[in-house]
Design a protein around this ligand. Structure first.
Ligand SMILES: [Zn+2]
Length: 467
């Protein structure tokens, strides 16, 4: 990866738990084509964030985050977690109660308690109302793409028809620099509250000191660069001292349970295997290592090479270890679909969906597999499954694209236009939304739920275009 380090350019400046630096040109890096994980649509925008969607990883992040949120007095259901594909070690909050984590933050932290510490610190920014004080920055034009996506996500596809949808319009730049710089006072407050939440959730608050040490180490690597924020950013000894004093007053906490560690390890293993070069993954996890995590890493690396026989062999070994694990079965279904075995993928995804009927991303995988088969009734089934998926999860633009395709194949042009309008509300422009919502309103029965939803989107799109 040498030669890819950009110095002094386009840093994303998050809050304290980020440090400017180590920007890899991940979008154009050969060999880093992460086909495996599901990316939300805006992914493709060259200058927008790439969101990684993965049922297992999201479920694990919730396991880690929810106890922290509850300890902070925040209802977990009101807080969304977003995973951004970015090697830079960063985490931030935006648009109300949304927590964003870079993949680089997760893969470079060493323990579940460190991750708890990061999430708790971000939660403290939410609870402290630090974002609310930046209302102006948040509505600045350059942020509108991100806000649009988030607004759409918050409203949900078949969610409350009255929920307003912020519509993306204008530049697709995400101006995190302006929006996310907190004051020293806010950072200190978030530090102190964050460690309290970790301790209240039963975790080891002192782990956050290790996070700061890691961040400091990275900052040292960047001493030549001139970004003033990085230089004044308070990753100072004073800050660490204050934090250490606070931690000394808190209960020590319990070590994480074996189950917590297991899911955490799986998340990191999966992310690393999808993000590192396969050759690197195979060096890190040679076939002599027969452990479950090594097999998981190799299954993904072989699939990406592609070495289909070896990938299938490792995947089957994993499923034999855990026959009722919906995420392993889903991963096998994904592999099958990506190598063009749609019929087998359908059967595999179906089994995963039986085991986890509420996992929207497994349902959307099943829907996509069905759309790739010629079996009788497959399109109808795909439509039904994708409707369920998008109702459970309103921020999956790929599922909306597939739903529109299924509806169009079934001759339901109004429903297809509505799904397309929903997708553009997340990833496109107000003009795209207006065009498709108008078409949906013309085609759908007057007064039907879809028609009402189309009317709402027309209103909001027009409002966005007037601005
Ligand atoms: Zn912060």
């Amino acid at each position: 990866m040498t030669g890819l380090l950009r110095t002094g350019a386009a840093f994303v400046l998050g809050c304290v738990l980020s440090v400017a630096g180590l920007n890899f040109a991940s979008l154009s890096l050969p060999g880093l084509d992460v086909t495996g994980l599901n990316f939300a649509g805006p992914a493709v925008a060259a200058d927008g964030p790439i969101f990684i969607r993965d049922a297992e990883i999201e479920s694990t992040l919730r396991r880690v985050a929810d106890p922290i949120l509850r300890a902070a007095g925040v209802t977990p259901a009101t807080t969304d977690l977003y995973l951004i594909r970015d090697q830079e070690m960063n985490a931030f909050v935006a648009n109300g109660q949304n927590i964003f984590l870079h993949t680089g933050m997760i893969t470079r932290l060493a323990t579940i308690d460190q991750l708890r510490g990061v999430i708790a610190h971000e939660t403290a920014h939410i609870v402290g109302g630090h974002l609310a004080r930046r209302g102006q920055a948040m509505t600045g034009g350059r942020n509108i793409m991100l806000l649009g996506m988030l607004g759409a996500a918050a409203a949900g596809v078949a969610g409350a028809p009255d929920a307003s949808v912020a519509i993306a319009a204008g530049s697709q730049q995400v101006a995190t620099r302006d929006m996310l710089a907190f004051t020293r006072g806010e950072e200190a407050a978030a530090d102190q509250a964050g460690v309290r939440y970790v301790a209240a959730a039963g975790g080891d608050a002192s782990a956050v000191l290790d996070v700061l040490r890691t961040l400091r180490g990275q900052q040292a690597l960047l001493s030549g660069q001139t970004d003033p924020y990085a230089q004044t950013h308070p990753l100072s000894s004073e800050r660490i001292t204050m934090l250490r004093e606070k931690i000394a007053t808190l209960p020590r906490g319990e070590p994480p349970s074996a189950e917590e560690v297991y899911w955490y390890d799986r998340m990191v293993t999966k992310l690393d295997a999808f993000l590192d070069r396969p050759s690197q993954t195979l060096r890190d996890h040679p076939p002599s290592d027969q452990s479950e995590m090594a097999r998981l890493a190799r299954a993904i690396a072989y699939h990406r090479q592609p070495d289909l026989a070896r990938a299938g062999h490792e995947m089957d070994a994993l499923i034999a270890m855990r026959p009722d694990d919906p995420f392993y079965i889903e991963l096998k279904g994904q592999f099958l679909l990506e190598i063009g075995k749609a019929g087998e993928a359908v059967a595999t995804y179906r089994r995963a969906a039986e085991l986890a009927p509420k996992e929207a991303l497994i349902l959307s995988g099943l829907g996509r597999a069905l759309l790739n088969t010629e079996a009788p009734g497959a399109t109808e089934e795909a439509r039904d499954v994708l409707v369920r998926s998008t109702r459970l999860d309103g921020r999956n633009s790929d599922a909306l694209r597939d739903l529109a395709l299924a509806e169009a194949r079934l001759g339901n042009e109004g429903e297809a236009a509505l799904a397309t309008a929903e997708r553009f509300a997340m990833t496109g422009t107000a003009r795209d939304v207006l065009r498709n919502a108008t078409r949906a309103a013309d085609l759908l029965p007057v007064g039907s739920p879809g028609w009402r939803r189309a009317q709402d989107m027309i209103t909001i799109a027009r409002r966005a275009l007037r601005r």
